[in-house]
Every structure is written in structure tokens, then in C-alpha cells.
Design a protein around this ligand. Structure first.
Ligand code: SF4
Length: 162
């Protein structure tokens, strides 16, 4: 049986693609093993959506979440106030297309991001305030049946796959 591939946030693999030019490497033995097995498919939805590095920080406004952005009822805004919702949605669609192309049934995405967050995100005030919710990419993937874990859920994914 061919093992399912896993979509993963590129910054978790050490790629310096975050808004500030940093990475967020996740050090977990399962990740090293899956990478050696060729099972990880890296994506940075924000780069796929058309952003560069560095880029202004962005949050989903008014304490809303990725689902409402996809429904057109909420916006992703940059710290300067610009509406970048369309680029976030484009990035989410690119991530979903990649997941489908590779047959990924699971994803490991960086928590807290307005794209990749799956447990918590920030509330749009740029004051470091978290709330439960999903980023735009996590919401779109889940809506299409991809099981999304945060980097804190790698143990849970490993258990599910074993
Ligand atoms: Fe990492 Fe996702 Fe942000 Fe790209 S969009 S830098 S993969 S958290």
C-alpha cells in the first residue's frame, strides 16, 4: 500500500518564508522519517498567493476566522489596514490544489497564522491576542476533507497513521 502524503507548512521544514523572513522549524522524529520517505509536500500558501518575503504581518479582522473569509463575510487585513483577503484565498486554493495533486489526506500547518492556523489565530488587533479559530488555508482544506493538525499535533497524527 502506498502511504498517504502529508501537506506541510514550508516554514515548519525550515524554509525562511514567514512574513519576517524567518522559519519556524519543527523538530520531531516523525517529520524526519516522513521526509526521508518522501511523504512530505511543502507549501507556503502566502507565497503561492503572490506575496514575497518579507511582507507585512496580517490578521483576520474583528475576531473572525478563515471560514468567514472564504464566505466573503470577513477580511484579512495587513497591519497598515490594506485588505489582502483575495491573496489569502488564492493561496488557500493553491494549497488545496497541491494537496489534491499529491493525494494528501493529512496536513500539518503552522498554528497562529492567518493562513495556516488550525487551533488558534490572532484577532485582528495586532496586539498579540489569540482566539480559537482557523486560518484561510486550514479552513479550505478542512472543508474539502483534509485532516489538519497543528505542529503541536504531530504526535496525534503519528498515532493516527500507525
Ligand atoms: Fe508558514 Fe503558512 Fe505562513 Fe507560509 S503561510 S510562512 S507556510 S505559516
Amino acid at each position: 500500500m502506498v502511504e498517504s502524503k502529508i501537506l506541510i507548512s514550508a516554514c515548519l521544514l525550515g524554509q525562511p518564508v514567514r512574513y519576517d523572513g524567518a522559519a519556524k522549524p519543527a523538530l520531531h522524529p516523525a517529520l524526519s522519517r516522513w521526509q526521508a520517505e518522501g511523504r512530505l509536500v511543502a507549501v507556503c500558501p502566502e507565497l503561492s498567493g503572490g506575496f514575497g518575503v518579507p511582507r507585512p504581518p496580517a490578521e483576520i479582522a474583528h475576531g473572525q476566522s478563515g471560514q468567514t473569509v472564504l464566505e466573503g463575510k470577513a477580511r484579512v487585513i495587513e497591519a497598515g489596514g490594506g485588505d489582502v483577503s483575495a491573496l489569502y484565498i488564492a493561496g488557500a486554493e493553491a494549497a488545496l490544489a497541491l494537496a489534491r495533486e499529491h493525494g494528501c489526506r493529512f496536513a500539518i500547518l503552522t498554528d497562529g497564522s492567518p493562513s495556516c492556523g488550525s487551533v488558534f489565530i490572532y484577532d485582528g488587533t495586532f496586539q498579540g491576542r489569540r482566539h480559537e479559530g482557523m486560518g484561510v488555508t486550514a479552513a479550505l482544506l478542512r472543508a474539502h476533507g483534509v485532516v489538519v493538525f497543528a505542529e503541536t499535533g504531530i504526535d496525534a497524527l503519528e498515532a493516527q497513521l500507525s
